[in-house]
Design a protein around this ligand. Structure first.
Ligand code: 13P
Ligand code: SF4
Length: 331
């Protein structure tokens, strides 16, 4: 197709269905959405999407939420198949909690780089050096690492879980920023922090937030606790992504600076049309953005790619996840 036509926004929203006699143009989003709906019902499938997914994917999902909410939703469905629009550790958690269901992730390469910053060998060494410490694993860890952990947590309930730990010492993996934030909230515990981080949140600088505040002095600043402490220090609140959604809904304030992956602003705007949200424009998680409508449709057609884990890993990784689920939300 002529490049100039393709570059035109209208045409970019059109889909060429070659099977239907060649050049038949269809409104892409609408058509794919209809096909997704048909296949979803036919195959007894539920679509779960994280708050950072692209708007089109959030819009076709049955539930949109943060990592804790989605793990909980995954245990409350009768559907045989779960299409998980998020990153790998989230889909793995859904599989661990529902071993009898097919859990499908539309792009198997959508991985969280922070989750890949822990390896079993170094974790085992740290555990052996600190036999009295409990391992609290942020849910952003691989299934294999969960098998070596005592309890999981998310940004919603991390402080509650560390506070209630039966041990005085905690090895917290893998996010050093979230760990440092929790340590502040729970000063009585001795926390050993793994040196991992989220590249997307780590690159949000205090100056980015202050610039937005200068432009929008009435706006309240909400940030994710994966941000650096210096960013959290200038914020009004640090919340999980659902925590931000809940706060923005209840607040009388009309404007908010959002210090997290900017995909969350789609849900915030949709649920609060009378309020204004200012994202940090550079805050993008490239892995979350790997999931597209086309890939979701393909997953529904093929029920692939599926999360595959051994029975042994599922068995061992389920314990720390279930312990976390019993604690529930902390925000
Ligand atoms: P939430 O659980 O707050 O949605 O965070 C998940 C995540 O990956 C943040 O980067
Ligand atoms: Fe991982 Fe950061 Fe992306 Fe969340 S935003 S999935 S922590 S890389």
């Amino acid at each position: 197709m002529n490049k100039r036509i393709w570059d035109n926004l209208y045409f970019r929203n059109l889909y060429m269905d070659r099977k239907n006699n060649g050049l038949v143009f269809l409104d892409m989003k609408k058509e794919i959405g209809t096909k997704i709906e048909e296949l979803k019902n036919k195959h007894s499938t539920i679509i779960l999407a994280h708050n950072y997914q692209i708007p089109e994917v959030q819009d076709i999902a049955d539930f949109v939420g943060d990592s804790l909410d989605l793990a909980m939703r995954a245990t409350k469905t009768d559907a045989k198949n779960i299409v998980f629009c998020g990153v790998n550790f989230m889909a793995e958690s859904a599989k661990i909690l529902n071993p009898d269901k097919n859990v499908i992730i539309p792009d198997i390469d959508a991985r969280c780089p922070m989750a890949d910053m822990v390896n079993s060998e170094d974790l085992m060494k740290l555990k052996n050096d600190n036999p009295d410490a409990e391992v609290v694993a942020y849910i952003n860890t691989t299934a294999e690492i969960k098998t070596l952990s005592d309890i999981c947590c998310t940004s919603s309930n991390g402080a509650k879980i560390v506070k209630n730990s039966s041990s005085e010492k905690v090895i917290f993996i893998p996010d050093r920023h979230l760990g440092a934030y929790i340590q502040r909230l729970v000063p009585d515990k001795e926390m050993i922090l793994w040196p991992g981080l989220c590249p997307t949140h780590h690159q949000i600088r205090k100056e980015d937030i202050l610039k937005l505040k200068k432009l929008h002095p009435e706006a309240e600043i909400l940030v994710h606790p994966e941000c650096r402490l210096e960013v959290i220090d200038i914020a009004d609140y640090a919340f999980s992504t659902n925590g931000m959604v809940n706060y923005a809904r209840k607040s009388d304030n009309k404007e908010f600076i959002i210090g997290t992956e900017k995909g969350l602003c789609h849900r915030l705007k949709k649920e609060n049309p009378d309020k204004i949200f200012y994202p940090v424009k550079s805050a993008v998680c490239p892995n979350m953005k790997k999931i597209t409508l086309e890939k979701v449709l393909n997953s529904l057609r093929t029920l692939e790619p599926q999360i595959k884990l051994s029975d042994e890993v599922i068995e061992k990784a389920r314990k720390p996840l279930q312990r976390m689920m019993k604690v529930g939300r902390g925000d």
